[in-house]
Design a protein around this ligand. Structure first.
Ligand SMILES: Cc1cc2nc3c(=O)[nH]c(=O)nc-3n(C[C@H](O)[C@H](O)[C@H](O)COP(=O)(O)OP(=O)(O)OC[C@H]3O[C@@H](n4cnc5c(N)ncnc54)[C@H](O)[C@@H]3O)c2cc1C
Ligand code: FES
Ligand code: FES
Length: 493
């Protein structure tokens, strides 16, 4: 077994770290004295730990939460922290604009905002200060992208208006001033050298980084009890919140065969390793309903690392992709250590609260969804608009012939131990005309089909009302009467 630390680049300098297999990047940075990257929640929620990651020399930088990023996944990648952002001559434009706009009070959240905004700014076209007022309008695409860029960052004293004003002001800086420093330094051609597949094996545990499915399967034969880690945005909370330890972690992040993403006719095949950001970007044109919704799944930091396979693998009753995919008759392809493949309907794949059919040595390869051309909607209610998990999620797909429903699929999250289909309601809808009376009958019938719990997010009674009303909203939209939520309405409309 090869035994090495993880080799990566930090603010232009090479680093090697031999640590625990589940050490987070944040833990490493703070032990190294780079305390500009803050620890707020240690669970991906507040954005105070935001850093920028570069997968390759000269590649674009994307924001990520250092608090839930396993450092062992950074082999031959680059990390830029707030300490490496400005140069001796000038601050980054977002830093200068935050000062000018009074965008910082206690300052605890500021480095996280700076990194999220600097990453965003580096990818924006130049604008003038006279565009500034326009940016605040909901429909303005650059203003919208600025709001989205900071949706994974919390500030508890300044308020978001001056922070956003700083983002808009920074756009007036010439493009050459906004360029980010390369986090790789001299001699960084090391990235083209072969990468060891076991990057860490310590007394605390092993960490594998297979490059292809063949290697993954070989590792799973050797270590049938190994835990897979894709983005780590769910799994690493076990480490930071519950102090769990894993004797063997296997990262799927480098396996290209898991990154297949194909759309054809009204179907799609989505590899388990496709990140939520990539899915969002492609779906914006190939599956617009999903593409638009994905802005409400986590934050940019979470979507940049979180994957489709991780969302299915968690089998969380409040995960978003589960009800969406259940309504699209999804089928999961599973591989195993011996190279076998099997396909399972998603509804069968989910067996209970955070439980799936996956046995030892098995992994999710991809998921196939269909019916993309049918009418479909997904509605998610959360306590907070940005970066929040669902209280209830309702997904609806209808195949219509005129106003007659040929096929109905309804799936819900947050109202049972697992995401599930409401088959009795589907049967009630199929073969009949979609009329206002039918919608009211269905609204009244939903209650008997679900048994939600009361918890910190909502009471059972509220979840009943939400589910019935969201389903009625979807059915109403299918008649052509689309309603908009308060968040979609222009403030001055
Ligand atoms: C702040 C925050 C906000 C979030 N918001 C949302 C939200 O709005 N909606 C939502 O749905 N989720 C949300 N999540 C949960 C999480 O980000 C998503 O579920 C994400 O898709 C998980 O993907 P991952 O790659 O990070 O999974 P990981 O954390 O890497 O893995 C999760 C689980 O899946 C297993 N797994 C991963 N890949 C495979 C595979 N190929 N085969 C078999 N098992 C596998 C792992 O072993 C683990 O058990 C949020 C999380 C955080 C921290
Ligand atoms: S410390 Fe809060 S997101 Fe990382
Ligand atoms: S400035 Fe204090 S939390 Fe944002």
């Amino acid at each position: 077994m090869q035994w090495e630390g993880v080799q990566f680049w930090l603010n232009g300098n090479p680093r090697v770290q031999v640590g625990a297999n589940d050490q987070t990047l944040l833990d490493y940075l703070r032990h190294e004295g780079l305390t500009g990257t803050k620890e707020g929640c240690a669970s991906g929620d507040c954005g105070a730990c935001t850093v920028l990651i570069q997968d390759e020399v000269g590649g674009s930088h994307y924001p990520a939460n250092a608090c839930i990023l396993p450092i062992q996944q950074l082999q031959h990648q680059g990390v830029l922290t707030v300490e490496g952002l400005a140069n001796a001559e000038a601050l980054n434009p977002v830093q200068a604009a935050l000062i000018e706009q009074h965008g910082s009070q206690c300052g605890f959240c500021t480095p996280g905002f700076v990194m999220a905004m600097a990453g965003w700014l580096s990818a924006q076209p130049e604008a003038t200060l006279s565009d500034h007022a326009l940016m605040a309008v909901n429909a303005n695409p650059i203003g919208k992208s600025a709001r989205e860029a900071i949706s994974g960052n919390l500030c508890r004293c300044t308020g978001y208006r001056p922070i956003l004003a700083a983002a808009y002001q920074a756009l007036a800086h010439p493009v050459e001033n906004r360029r980010l420093p390369d986090s790789f330094g001299a001699g960084s051609d090391v990235t083209s050298s072969p990468q060891p597949e076991v990057v860490s094996a310590t007394a605390i545990g092993a960490f594998y980084r297979p490059e292809n499915l063949r290697s993954l399967e070989a590792i799973l034969r050797l270590e049938p009890g190994a835990i897979l880690v894709a983005g780590g945005t769910d799994l690493m909370l076990e480490v930071t919140q519950k102090q769990s330890q894993f004797s063997c972690l296997v990262s799927t992040a480098r396996i290209d065969e898991l990154k297949q993403l194909e759309f054809f006719e009204d179907q799609a095949v989505i590899g388990a390793g496709v990140t939520l950001s990539t899915l969002k970007q492609i779906a914006e044109s190939a599956w617009p309903q999903l593409g638009t919704f994905l802005s409400r799944l986590g934050s940019p930091q979470i979507r940049n690392r979180g994957t489709v396979g991780g969302n299915l693998g968690t089998a969380s009753p409040i995960g978003d992709l589960l009800p969406i995919f259940l309504a699209m008759d999804a089928e999961v392809t599973v591989g195993d250590a011996e190279g076998n493949r099997r396909c399972i309907e998603l509804s069968e794949f989910l067996t209970g609260y955070r439980q799936t059919q996956l046995g030892p040595g098995e992994y999710i390869l991809s998921v196939r969804v269909q019916g993309l051309e049918d009418f479909h909607r997904y509605y998610k209610v959360t306590k907070r608009q940005e970066d929040d998990i669902a209280t209830v999620g309702v997904s609806l797909r209808l195949k219509l012939d005129g106003d007659t429903i040929i096929r109905a699929r309804i799936a819900v999250g947050g109202v049972a131990e697992k995401a599930c289909r409401l088959r009795a309601i589907e049967a009630q809808l199929e073969g009949v005309r979609l009329t206002p009376q039918l919608i009211e009958t269905i609204r009244a019938a939903v209650g008997s089909q679900i048994r939600p719990l009361s918890d910190v997010r909502a009471s059972a009674a509220y979840r009943h009302v939400l589910t019935a009303n969201l389903l009625a909203r979807g059915l109403t939209a299918a008649t052509g009467l689309e309603t908009r939520s308060v968040f979609e309405v222009e403030p001055d409309a």
